[in-house]
Design a protein around this ligand. Sequence first.
Ligand SMILES: [Zn+2]
Length: 378
Amino acid sequence: MTTAIGWQAAEGRAYGGPGRYIQRAGEIERLADHLRDLGSRPFLLVDRIVDERHGAAIRASLAEAGLDARIELFGGECSTEEIERVTALVAETGADVVAGIGGGKTADTAKVAAVRQGARIAVVPTIASTDAPCSAIAVRYNDEGVMQEAISLPRNPDIVIVDSALIAKAPVRFLVAGMGDALSTFFEARSNLESRSPNFIRPYLPAPQAGIAIARACHEVLMRDGLAAKVAAERGLLTPAVEAIIEANTLLSGLGFENCGVSGAHGIHDGLTVLPATRRFFHGEKVAFGTLCLLMLEGRPLAEIDETLRFCRQVGLPTTLADLDLADAGPEEIGRVAQAALKPGAIINRVATPLSPDIVRDAILALDAYASRTAPAA
Ligand SMILES: [Zn+2]
């Protein structure tokens, strides 16, 4: 293996993604049609709540397709213990395709078990709150729910199946959080282009033009359809705007972040997690605030910060420290956030501007001050 980077890094590029992506209302009832294309012995890892609500439809679809599937309830945490348990069951049943149906932890456990057993991977997200479903990354937690590591798998899912009717009926906060995660995608892609940072597909290789175009499209769809989608999904309605936002949150943001990398928005998210008050907020909510801070950190034009603030306010994403239950956090607490965000090897180091704990702290506090000053009167 060559370790030379030099000009090869500048000239190279790498692209990856799921084999197929299907999004349609009612698709969970057609699940077996997709699984049949991948194998003959499916293993389904399903969230308990999904099984209660849709188990009958899933079983009917499997029976109609003549598939003899094993259905197993997910234990609730993508931990070493659960990964071992599911991997052993997949081996025992000789499954050739593993489907993770439910939230992100279910999908990640299914991805790891499938790769370990050499089976194909199907992911069926039932909420659109992050951009993880399409990726080859799985996040492992301990039994207490504390993150341990991000595992880079050698393969992306073979198929991602999204039932948009089901997602439109989920609590709207999930869809909004997904917009927060997707909001970071273009801005972090731009950071990584400027710093010539690699993506998540191959070490040393940066984003391909395809990845950058997708990240840009993700941003355009959010600005165009975000508010309309939020208002419709609040009432459980499925409209073209909701379909477009589900795709932006899941496919565009998924391909965008994996092919272009992440940077300061996720770095500040990671730093914020040291403050216990932020634990009740979703990943995408903290990432949205991190995105605003990234723009301040990079010294972007105020017009861009204003547009991003307006979007966050419209859809209900946090724009100030008070929105994250951190109204009382001063320079000392935010200094700790900055310290944590800058720990060695942290993702924020991809930002192409000088960084220090003081610089990051001041960017967060300045963004908070600006957002608070410009907030429309309630
Ligand atoms: Zn994210």
